[in-house]
Write a protein that binds this ligand. Structure first.
Ligand code: FMN
Length: 182
């Protein structure tokens, strides 16, 4: 599939069919995340693959009460938990290199963009879940010190074809030469 079409056609999938994801599909999706660029190639992003229905249910309870992806956490055969080491991206010899301390979020996003687009190219659905109690999820998953849970991503066969979601026009978000100059 052509890259721009792939990007435009990917949608958040919040309803899944009870069909398993094969190991080969899972590996391809994770492999694409592995090849994402990262700060000084420090590769701070880690993944936990959850298939156990009990753990999916426990993780579901970490979502905000009205999170529209609550059902997806149970329906999807797999939930990928994206974690990151917090003191690598943007750090040199233990000190931040820039005024932004959270480059790990950036590296995680790059990996997850690869992951979600690859899933879509295989006919699989995903949804980014950021509105949840990451500390609670971290303790359920026995995350060690220095690692945080960034996102939960259900992965499975879509049981819905959502309508396109709107985007701002280029003229609203692109300036010329200086901020605000059209
Ligand atoms: C960082 C991030 C966090 C998100 N968190 C949630 C979430 O907690 N629950 C949810 O249902 N969708 C979540 N979304 C999905 C967005 O609502 C969705 O991407 C957006 O509305 C655009 O729709 P689309 O993905 O179908 O294009 C999140 C997306 C991003 C990028």
């Amino acid at each position: 599939m052509e890259i721009l079409n792939l990007i435009k056609e990917r949608r958040s999938i919040r309803k899944y069919k009870p069909i398993p994801v094969t190991n080969e599909q899972l590996n391809q999706v994770l492999e694409s995340a592995r090849w994402a660029p990262s700060w000084a190639n420090t590769q701070c992003v880690k993944f936990i693959v959850i298939k156990d229905p009990d753990m999916k249910e426990k993780l579901q309870n970490t979502l905000t009460p009205r999170n529209p992806s609550r059902e997806a956490m149970i329906q999807a055969p797999i939930v990928i938990v994206a974690c990151a080491e917090t003191n690598k991206a943007g750090y040199k010899e233990g000190k931040p290199t820039t005024d932004k301390n959270e480059w790990f979020m950036f590296d995680t996003a790059l990996a997850l963009q690869n992951l979600t687009l690859t899933a879509h190219s295989l006919g699989l659905g995903t949804v980014h879940i950021g509105a949840f109690d990451a500390k609670m999820a971290g303790s359920l998953l026995e995350i060690p010190e220095g690692i945080v849970v960034v996102e939960l991503i259900p992965l499975g066969h879509p049981d819905i074809t959502p309508s396109p979601t709107p985007r701002k026009e280029l003229k609203e978000i692109v300036f010329n030469e200086k901020y605000g100059k059209r």
